[in-house]
Design a protein around this ligand. Structure first.
Ligand code: ZN
Length: 132
């Protein structure tokens, strides 16, 4: 298990990728809590098979971040879903996108070497899902 914090103002996805590479993690589970200065989350339109971006350009709490690390086309790939609360306690959430900057972010990574988690394109969903 690896526990640590991302850097102030670091992009969460880029920071987790950095940590995974520094620790030679190619697969595993990820958990996050903390706060962000701003965020971009995605919503996957199932009919159009593409993500729309939702910009949240204000500070929020990370109520919960959960996801995984796997290999996509041979590269380490970080997939996170996140719930964020504003100053009223209202929560928004979705697929974490690049553009989400850390105020404070603590992570737990549970490496799972040996599962051989690889992604492949899935025709039905248009997503890169775990290979069967
Ligand atoms: Zn997702």
């Amino acid at each position: 298990m690896i526990i640590g914090k991302l850097k102030y103002e670091e992009d969460i996805l880029e920071g987790l990728l950095r940590v995974a590479k520094e620790n030679e993690i190619k697969e595993g589970a990820v958990f996050l809590i903390g706060a962000v200065k701003e965020a971009v989350i995605g919503y996957y339109n199932q009919e159009e098979k593409k993500y729309s971006h939702i910009n949240l350009p204000y500070p929020m709490e990370i109520v919960s971040g959960i996801g995984n690390i796997s290999l996509k086309d041979g590269d380490v790939f970080v997939h996170i879903h996140i719930s964020l609360s504003d100053d009223k306690g209202d929560v928004k959430g979705g697929h974490l996108m690049v553009g989400t900057r850390v105020f404070a972010c603590e992570y737990i990574i549970l490496p799972s070497a040996g599962l051989n988690l690889k992604r492949a394109y899935d025709n039905k969903t248009g997503l890169f899902l775990f290979k069967d």
